[in-house]
Design a protein around this ligand. Structure first.
Ligand code: SAH
Length: 227
């Protein structure tokens, strides 16, 4: 069973690599390491290695497709030691892939970065917390229940910010909580339509230099700076 899942995962990652979506060794290793079948909703487990978003129970939320996780992780230019904020924990899967890169078990814990991930839906906060504990990520990922559009100033500044729900515009608190040179990846656009994936780099002036990376479809960001 476990071997079969491993095989399916390896096939999917190899396909994403041949399509040029997985580019770096780090993202490849992360996707090969994180057992997505432990993060999907139990009723969808047999589809865990299909490259598609899957519903998270009756919550109306979804775990992102693996290619979308790969695209965002590549754009974030992750490396060991970075402190990362994720808005939209969902299943905890994406946070685990980031933790694999910023806090690899092959390196001593003193050199690890950390992932802080924020979730507004209590059922998903609990689901993700238990998934991350069971799979061995809880010392590298902190799950916090709150409105992530306001960020998490307690652990700021962040080297990277990852938003996995679509926002009308970039929430100012997230920019404030980034370090200079830090990178944010966020889908921007309509609540019910396709959105644009945007990458922003924080400059010395405190402003973001942004570029657009193509059309995407995410669930809407809620909260103070959401829809
Ligand atoms: N990254 C997730 C998928 C996220 S789906 C994964 O790997 O599974 C988007 C998530 O954002 C949903 O769980 C939704 O509840 C959450 N969300 C929406 N608005 C939010 C907000 N203001 N703060 C925190 N989480 C939010």
């Amino acid at each position: 069973m476990q071997d079969k899942k491993c095989e399916e995962r390896a096939e999917l990652v190899a396909r994403l690599k041949s399509q040029g979506i997985v580019k770096s060794r780090e993202v490849e290793r992360a996707l090969l390491s994180v057992p997505r079948h432990e993060f999907v909703w139990p009723s969808t487990r047999r589809c865990a290695y299909e490259d598609t978003p899957l519903p998270l129970g009756q919550t109306g939320q979804t775990i992102s497709a693996v290619h979308m996780v790969a695209i965002m992780d590549e754009l974030l230019q992750l490396r060991p030691g970075l402190k990362v904020l994720e808005v939209g924990t969902g299943s905890g899967y994406h946070a685990a892939t980031v933790a694999e890169i910023v806090a690899p078990l092959s390196q001593p814990p003193e050199s690890w970065g950390h992932v802080y991930t924020l979730e507004i839906v209590e059922e998903l906060f609990e689901f993700a917390t238990s998934n991350l504990e069971r799979t061995g990520y809880s010392s590298r990922v902190s799950v916090i229940m709150r409105d992530g559009s306001l960020g998490y100033p307690e652990a700021a500044p962040y080297d990277r910010v990852l938003v996995t729900a679509a926002a009308p515009s970039i929430p100012p608190p997230l920019v404030e909580q980034m370090s200079v040179g830090g990178i944010i990846v966020i889908p921007l656009g309509g609540e019910h339509f396709f959105q644009e994936l945007v990458v922003g780099v924080k400059t010395e002036s405190g402003k973001l230099k942004t570029s657009e990376k193509g059309g995407v479809a995410f669930v809407p960001l809620r909260g103070a700076y959401g829809w």
